[in-house]
Design a protein around this ligand. Structure first.
Ligand SMILES: Nc1ncnc2c1ncn2[C@@H]1O[C@H](COP(=O)(O)OP(=O)(O)O)[C@@H](O)[C@H]1O
Ligand SMILES: [Mg+2]
Length: 307
C-alpha cells in the first residue's frame, strides 16, 4: 500500500520549540513507556502549560499520542514523530533539502521516498517501519538478534536496523553493485537513488529467456563476490534486485548477516533457491541449484578462513 509521508503535513507548521518537545519525548522514552508531561517540559525548557499546549497540537498532527488513565498524563512518540525528527536532523546536516510526499518504494519493512540534496541530486530516503509491521520476518529476525539487549522498543530496533544497513552498504559499495550510502539518522537511511525497476515489476515478456539468464548470472556473480567478502543478504528475491540501464543492483541489506553466523549458510541457500525459482517461474530459465551451490558454499567457507 502506498502511503503518504504524514510527517510532511505537520513539518512546515512546527516551531523550534516543537522540535525540542518531540526530542524531549524521544529521549525520555528510553526510561518511560509513557513520558510524563513534566519531563518533556523540563527537557524543552518550557513551562508545563505551554508544553501541554504544544503536545496537544503534535497529537492532533499524529506525531505523538497521549494517555491519561495511568494517574498521570504521558506521551509517546509515533512513527510520524520519529520521521519528523529524522527529516529535521538530515535537513540540518544538509543531507537533504526537500523530500517528496509520494512514496517510490513499497517494501515489506520500509517506506522509501525521493529526497533532493542541496546540490539538487535525487536520493532515496528509506524509513524503517519495523515494529509497526510486526508480522515481518525481518522483525522476528531482529527481535532474535537484539533479544539480549535490555531495551527493545521499536524506536531502538528500527534505529539499529538503519545503522546496520548504512554500515554494510558502506562496506559493500566500493566492491559490489549495491546503492552507495550517504547518511543515516535514527531509523532512516539516505542512499543513492537507483533509477531502475525491481525484477518483480518487470513483465514476463520484458526479457526473453536468454536475456534473463544473462541477468541471473550477473546477479549470481555479484552475490558470489559479496559472500566471499563475508556477507549474506538473507532476503534476496526478485523484489530486492533492481535492473537499471544495463546494470543490476542488489538492494535492501537491512537483514544481512555475516558468514561468521552459523545460520548464514542456511540463509544463503534459501537466497539462491528463491532467486533461481523466480527466474524459472518468470522467464523459464533453467539453472540447476546444484550447478550453482558448490561455488557459493566454497566462497562461504573461504570467507570464514577456510575452515
Ligand atoms: N536506493 C534506492 N533507489 C530507488 N528505489 C529504492 C531504493 N531503495 C529502495 N527502493 C525502492 O523501495 C522499495 C523498498 O525498499 P527496500 O530496501 O527493499 O525495503 P523493504 O525492507 O521495505 O523491502 C524497493 O523495492 C525499491 O522499489
Ligand atoms: Mg525489499
Amino acid at each position: 500500500m502506498v502511503s503518504k509521508l504524514l510527517a510532511l503535513n505537520a513539518y512546515p507548521k512546527l516551531r523550534d520549540m516543537d522540535f525540542r518537545v518531540l526530542r524531549g519525548v524521544e529521549l525520555n522514552m528510553r526510561h518511560h513507556r509513557w513520558v510524563p508531561l513534566e519531563n518533556v517540559a523540563r527537557f524543552a525548557h518550557l513551562d508545563v502549560e505551554t508544553t501541554s499546549f504544544r503536545l496537544g497540537r503534535l497529537d492532533d498532527w499524529g506525531l505523538v499520542v497521549r494517555r491519561s488513565d495511568m494517574g498521570y498524563i504521558g506521551y509517546q512518540l509515533t512513527i510520524h514523530g520519529y520521521d519528523t525528527l529524522a527529516i529535521r536532523a538530515l535537513a540540518r546536516k544538509k543531507v537533504i533539502e526537500a523530500i517528496s510526499t509520494t512514496q517510490i518504494g513499497v517494501g515489506k519493512d520500509a517506506d522509501v521516498y525521493v529526497g533532493i540534496t542541496p546540490s539538487h541530486e535525487k536520493v532515496a530516503v528509506k524509513f524503517n517501519r519495523i515494529g509497526e509491521r510486526t508480522s515481518s520476518r525481518k522483525a522476528g529476525y531482529h527481535g532474535k538478534i537484539f533479544q539480549n539487549k535490555r531495551h527493545t522498543s521499536w524506536l531502538y530496533i528500527s534505529r539499529l536496523i538503519a545503522q546496520r544497513e548504512y554500515e554494510v552498504l558502506n562496506l559493500l559499495s566500493p566492491l559490489a553493485k549495491v546503492p552507495r550510502p550517504i547518511a543515516w539518522n535514527r531509523h532512516t537511511v539516505v542512499m543513492e537513488f537507483v533509477d531502475g525497476k525491481e525484477l518483480a515489476e518487470l513483465s514476463d515478456t520484458y526479457l526473453d529467456c536468454e536475456e534473463a539468464e544473462e541477468v541471473l548470472w550477473r546477479i549470481l556473480d555479484e552475490y558470489l563476490k559479496i559472500v566471499r567478502f563475508g556477507i549474506v543478504h538473507s532476503d534476496l528475491s526478485e523484489y530486492n534486485v533492481v535492473l537499471t540501464r544495463g546494470e543490476i543492483l542488489i538492494i535492501d541489506w537491512a537483514q544481512h548477516v555475516t558468514t561468521a553466523d552459523p545460520e548464514s549458510l542456511e540463509y544463503l541457500e534459501r537466497d539462491i533457491m528463491v532467486l533461481l525459482n523466480a527466474f524459472k517461474r518468470r522467464w523459464h530459465v533453467e539453472v540447476d541449484f546444484n550447478e550453482v551451490w558448490p561455488r557459493f558454499k566454497e566462497a562461504w567457507i573461504e570467507s570464514r578462513g577456510g575452515e
